[in-house]
Write a protein of this length. Sequence first.
Length: 148
Amino acid sequence: MKENAAVFIGQSDIFELDIESLTKEITMLIENGITTFYSGGMGGFDRVASGVVHRLKNTYTHIKNYLVIPYLSFNVFDEKRFDEIIFPEQLEGVPYKAAIPRRNKYMIEQSGTAICFVKHSVGGSAKSLEIAMKKGLNIVHIDAKHDS
């Protein structure tokens, strides 16, 4: 069910990502009924976020961590952290350059919430965030670190 699923949308550059804030937000979402997490497995934010979900499975054993790949030759960085690797059948035969945006749209369509770390107004993450907003997903923005 879409209302129980969340997609990660974020950039490769995560230098400013507040991982503590990310962990708190994911934990709060789990405690409010989110049980399924979709990651595209590309870039820093996807890797950190799916790692947080993987660690939280020790406490919340009912949650699922899915990797959605855009093409069959996709290089999976750490299979062990995912419950399943999904290759959507509608991506079969899609040209290489179109596969990633279509995969992102697929993940958004499966989700009711988007957990986002998007700091630029251009690029794939910004475009995915725009689609998620248009589709009416609950948008959760993750804060950047603040120097004290």
